[in-house]
Design a protein around this ligand. Structure first.
Ligand SMILES: CCC/C=C/C(=O)SCCNC(=O)CCNC(=O)[C@H](O)C(C)(C)COP(=O)([O-])OP(=O)([O-])OC[C@H]1O[C@@H](n2cnc3c(N)ncnc32)[C@H](O)[C@@H]1OP(=O)([O-])[O-]
Length: 713
């Protein structure tokens, strides 16, 4: 676990604990033994700590509750022989704390430093909250500790974290350096003995404000701030006591479990398993050498950028030169923005754009591995495109569709290769959002699924395989939340009441602010299309569609020209078209009151708890139905989709984890309660799986066994 190599008076302790050299209990013990051995050996004059491959990515997350890294850090710092950290790859969390306890740090130019502890609900409680401000000053510490941000070697050097940045082998350089400083005094190299530079109140207020915005609802960042600040006013030993006391607060808050679950869920979600038994372990994907995207609108250009950024040559295709040129201009504008923000250099931008081709019509697509169609949501149009692509593209070309809800099997039926057809549901903006829902149809082959997952990872996404149903996983659950939000308004809430509850729960924006942003007319169009498909003519009095309660409140607003931010008014008043600040509006309230009066709906005061339950319980109930039907193969997939695609508050783990945390019996009983009251909303009919899990008190890790056993009955 830790190799001990003695050479020319230097003891090299090299951590060897793949995949990320996490500080498991065994590693900590081995480092301690190595330090003691080197300390006692008179031939050893100095020590180097490094990691095989990378440095150390932190504590073993499954083992963080035993913080003996603190003792290790003290042992390193108090060593009578100089200790040098040789850093390649990542020095994160406990690894970073080990590094700053060493007397010197030599880092490779590509190494990264950070305290990601806050993102898994804990503190750098191995003395990090006390040593780091003493090393870099309070202002930088109050920025880096609560943000969890990684920084590169160059910035680490500027801040004084690193003593030397090297291009070559950091370990060799560190060994050479360690030899050169043998016997030198270490007093001023012990970080804990330094005073904190710039201990000023002003930094604290600004940092708290920023943390509350960026890490909304999370306890650890705020605790980190107060502990680091308090420690800066105290001697180091007392600061350590404050750190230890406050660490208990975060360890027992419940957020630690949720955030660590989210960390592992995100890594488990790309590991797919199909009902036929094929999985990421048994089937290999085909790499994508080049691709085409059909449609140069917002989605098409975004998907094109995601592929170009990963070095995949793309042909962007439109039927009309005018639309194509518009899409390419948008794409170039976005890259120019990245250059001016210094996210990429002009040379990098040129290299990326050199991989972009354009075409009018599909004729040139005779040599592509993959086509992703990204035209607007219209089944007839998509089928027509797929039929044509099927004729033109080689038989082995994958044909994938970017849709957020449409039936993948029906699209595939337009081709002679349904096994190669799959849905790639990207989220807006597609070049930025991490989530990719890969939707398998009835006939999609395991090789296609494997290729789509491999492709997703290559373009920097977290790809999650889901089954085919209306809205797939994310939007299917979202629809229930959106319905209930509307019903709450009909029954007596104002938009701001509902938004406040959703935002207090941890979502960045409530459902009505989101609707104003995306446009009310889009939802109304969807509703009207649904009605048309069901052969129903909507009139002002309509309250049911296919036996289900619906709300036409959005339609009433759209009919009055309230389409959201773009028209300056939606559920809120924005002052002007394109305005950004939502203001409550008497006129909108009058529209709501009139709408209810016309339909004989009696408005009432709706309690906070009811708003919260009616927003989130239907969505959770739908999640259990999704598991029951095999649309998702594990709860981690659903939670990852909601964390990454819908900004679900991470410190509650995701909707499935949250349900488990609250207690499935409680969740089930409340759903039954609302089901009694709202018989005309199928989303309140409790999931059978939820009922079984609640009754059996099955732990979350075993839910799928119950789901699979039930599906076999
Ligand atoms: C009082 C205590 C004070 C100190 C606290 C701490 O240090 S808290 C810790 C502070 N540190 C952090 O929070 C750092 C967390 N880690 C990271 O941010 C990233 O892993 C990375 C940037 C190091 C590498 O990214 P990458 O994309 O190259 O790789 P990847 O992310 O896919 O991971 C590969 C595999 O390693 C696994 N695994 C990873 N880390 C840990 C861990 N600490 N533990 C256990 N396991 C870990 C991961 O699950 C995956 O397993 P799988 O699925 O293959 O079975």
């Amino acid at each position: 676990m830790v190799d001990y190599i003695a050479r020319d008076g230097v003891a090299l302790l090299q951590v060897n604990n793949p995949p990320v050299n996490a500080l498991s209990h065994h590693v900590r013990v081995a480092i301690e033994e190595g330090l003691k051995k080197a300390g006692q050996d008179p031939r050893i004059k100095s020590i180097v700590i490094s990691g095989k491959g990378s440095f150390i990515a932190g504590a073993d997350i499954k083992d963080v509750s035993k913080p003996t890294i603190l003792e290790l850090c003290d042992l390193i710092e108090s060593s009578g022989k100089p200790v040098v950290a040789a850093i390649k790859g990542f020095a994160l969390g406990g690894g970073h704390e080990i590094a700053i306890s060493c007397h010197y740090r030599i880092a490779h130019e590509k190494s990264k430093f950070g305290f990601p502890e806050v993102d898994i609900g804990i503190l750098p409680a191995a003395g990090g909250t006390q040593r780091f401000p003493r090393l870099v000053g309070l202002e930088a510490a109050l920025d880096l500790i609560p943000s969890g941000r990684h920084i590169g070697a160059a910035q680490a050097f500027k801040l004084g974290i690193v003593d030397k940045v090297v291009r070559g082998d950091a370990v060799e350089e560190a060994v050479k350096f360690a030899k050169s400083i043998a016997g030198e005094p270490l007093v001023d190299r012990r970080t804990s003995q330094r005073p904190v530079m710039g201990a000023e109140n002003a930094f604290l207020a600004a940092a708290v404000k920023l943390a509350m915005k960026k890490k909304k609802g999370m306890i650890a960042p705020i605790v980190c701030l107060s502990v680091s600040f308090m420690g800066s006013l105290l001697p180091f030993e007392q600061g350590i006591q404050v750190e230890a006391a406050e660490a208990v607060v975060v360890f027992t808050s419940g957020q630690m479990g949720a955030l660590q679950y989210a960390f592992f869920a995100q890594r488990a979600a790309p590991k797919w398993l199909l009902p036929c038994g094929a999985s990421f372990k048994t089937v290999k994907g085909r790499p994508i050498r080049n691709a085409a995207v059909i449609g140069a609108g917002t989605m098409g250009t975004g998907i094109t950028m995601a592929m170009l950024n990963a070095g995949i040559p793309v042909t962007l295709v439109e039927q009309d030169r005018k639309f194509l040129d518009k899409g390419v201009s948008l794409l170039k504008l976005l890259y120019a923005g990245s250059v001016s923000l210094r996210k990429i250099t002009q040379d990098q931008c040129d290299a990326i754009l050199s991989k972009l081709n354009t075409a009018v019509g599909y004729k040139s697509l005779t040599n592509v591995d993959l086509v992703i169609e990204a035209v607007y949501e219209n089944m007839a149009l998509k089928k027509q495109i797929f039929a044509e692509l099927d004729r033109i593209c080689p038989p082995e070309t994958f044909l994938w569709t970017n849709t957020s809800a449409l039936d993948i099997d029906e699209i595939a039926s337009a081709t002679r290769r349904p096994d190669k057809v799959l849905g790639t549901h990207f989220f807006v903006p597609a070049y930025h959002m991490k989530l990719l829902e890969n939707v398998r149809g009835k006939l999609t082959s395991a090789e296609t699924v494997a290729s789509a997952q491999m492709f997703g990872t290559r373009i920097g996404k977290i790809p999650v395989v889901v089954g085919n149903c209306h809205g797939f996983v994310g939007n299917r659950m979202l629809h229930k939340y959106v319905y209930e939000a509307d019903f709450l308004i009909e029954e007596g809430c104002w938009p701001e009441d509902v938004d406040m509850v959703a935002e207090n729960f941890g979502l960045p924006l409530g459902p009505f602010k989101v609707r104003d942003l995306s446009g009310l007319d889009i939802r109304v169009r969807g509703l009207l299309e649904q009605a048309k498909a069901a052969g129903i003519e909507i009139n002002p009095a309509t309250r049911f569609l296919n036996g289900e309660r619906i709300s036409l409140l959005s339609k009433s607003l759209v009919d009055k020209g309230h389409c959201g931010r773009k028209t300056g008014r939606g559920f809120y008043n924005y002052g002007k078209p394109g305005g950004k600040i939502p203001l409550n509006d008497r006129f909108i309230k009058d529209v709501i009151v009139e709408y209810c009066a016309e339909r004989g709906i009696e408005r009432r005061k709706v309690a906070y708890q009811e708003i919260e339950e009616r927003l989130f319980l239907p969505l959770i109930n739908e999640g259990f139905k999704i598991l029951e039907e095999g649309i998702a193969s594990k709860p981690e997939d659903i939670d990852t989709i909601w964390l990454l695609g819908y900004a679900w508050p991470r410190h509650t783990g995701g909707p499935m984890y949250y349900a488990n945390m609250v207690g499935l019996d409680k969740i089930y009983n409340r759903i039954c309660h609302y089901n009694e009251l709202h018989k005309h909303s199928a989303h309140w009919q409790p999931s059978l799986l939820l009922k079984k899990l609640a009754a059996s008190k099955t732990p979350m890790k075993d839910w799928m066994e119950v789901a699979q056993a039930s599906s076999k009955l």
